[in-house]
Design a binder for this molecule. Sequence first.
Ligand SMILES: NC(=O)c1ccc[n+]([C@@H]2O[C@H](COP(=O)([O-])OP(=O)(O)OC[C@H]3O[C@@H](n4cnc5c(N)ncnc54)[C@H](OP(=O)(O)O)[C@@H]3O)[C@@H](O)[C@H]2O)c1
Length: 258
Amino acid sequence: MPSSQALHPTPAVLVTGAGKRLGRAIALGLAKAGWRVAVHYRHSAPEAQQTAHECHALTAGSQAFAADLSEEAQVRALFSQVSAAMGHLDAVVNSAALFEHDSAQSFSYEQMEQHGRSNTGAAIVLAQLLHGHVQERHTTGVVVNMLDQKLWNFNPDFFSYTLSKAALEAATTMLAQALAPQLRVVGVAPGLTLTSHMLSDEQFQALHQLSPLGRSSTVDDVVATVLFALTNSSVTGTSLLVDGGQHLMKFERDFSLM
Ligand SMILES: NC(=O)c1ccc[n+]([C@@H]2O[C@H](COP(=O)([O-])OP(=O)(O)OC[C@H]3O[C@@H](n4cnc5c(N)ncnc54)[C@H](OP(=O)(O)O)[C@@H]3O)[C@@H](O)[C@H]2O)c1
């Protein structure tokens, strides 16, 4: 637990993109571990309310908050609302991500900018704000940035998404340098964990098994790794790959297009 636990018995974490999928699982896992969770969403309001309701049943004080992370003003307003409503904040898990396909051939400034704003800029601003917040309170905090095994195993699909995550990986190192000792900043990089609309169930199962360990990351393993990053007070400025070793293999295409 962060050192602020001494002042505030129940730590609080903001999980972005937590209405559905991995973000929801992370929110529930952290609530189960005793964290009050601010469940962030953009469009998935009913799903986020449901996640917050389930988190609240596990740890009282969890609630949902909306923001479009591609707008800096909304990111700053989100942090203010969350810290005021929760009383204080100890951690942020940057899980929300824009994941739209483009390639070297279809790349545009607009795609790069949209992915950069949502996936990189928002995470950096939230780290900056958490740093100011814990500094003011003489406590410490943690930021976990959700990355992707493909940063250690590049292919040119989802070009702007990959660039935005590569920038976030670099930012994880620089933020850890700049914001210590008040803040730890850790990357968590899953392999193929959840399917997408671009894959059939059979394709997903086959691709999930395509790893040195015979299976990529499970949702539970990703959640456990986020919890480890939040609670291990010696880890900062590094990334934990939780992917069954998929980054050790060479894939010519993104999983969604294989
Ligand atoms: N799933 C995997 O197998 C996998 C593999 C490797 C890495 N990852 C990483 O793990 C994280 C979670 O993955 P996921 O598959 O659960 O993500 P996802 O379903 O693709 O996206 C999660 C949420 O991000 C939110 N979001 C996107 N753009 C936003 C914006 N501009 N403002 C606010 N919210 C925005 C959306 O919230 P709303 O629905 O509320 O709009 C969406 O539900 C991501 O960072 C991803 O890159 C996932």
